[in-house]
Design a protein around this ligand. Sequence first.
Ligand SMILES: [Zn+2]
Ligand SMILES: [Zn+2]
Length: 205
Amino acid sequence: MQSFDELLVQAVARHGHLCAGQVIGVRMAMLGLHLLGIENPKAPDVYKTFLVYVEIDRCATDAIASVTGAQLGKRSLKFMDYGINAATFVSLKTGDAYRIISTESSREHVKEYARDETEKSRQQLIGYQNMPDELLFTVQRVSVKIPETDLPGSPRSQAVCIKCGQVVRDGREIETEYGVICAPCSDRSYFKVLDSISLEKRKRV
Ligand SMILES: [Zn+2]
Ligand SMILES: [Zn+2]
């Protein structure tokens, strides 16, 4: 495994700024990989052997993705929108899974571990770097039920929406009494179509 300092530099480059979330995220990912016994997560024979579930879309998530190499586009990074600063690291080889939660109480310990710092954001950066794992995190051994259709690799299934003809992959179609429909045609859609836009006259760049 690369050093914390090296991993932090890479995470900051990717995220765009140095923040407490990068420190916490790098440490969380390093601990998660360590618990799974993974030394080199981006190695060709390793990156397909584990999944990472993140539970919030904030700073630390980018650091976790940076350290682990887990990516949405590889189906190795899963976003569960819980609003909790936590992540679960799952081995696809053994089924072992560890959920690591950033403790609320760690905030109170920041000053103890950054005695030379007076400015608050510096205190956080240094404090979170120096604090022992047991103050920064709570760890649970968990079991994660991973549907076949959530796994990396080629799509497991394809269905066609009976309302609009859209092809839906990986079992994300919705069964109705009339047949299967896509999410946008259901009441689960996150958007409402206002208009279709013609792209014919648009110049290619
Ligand atoms: Zn940030
Ligand atoms: Zn549809």
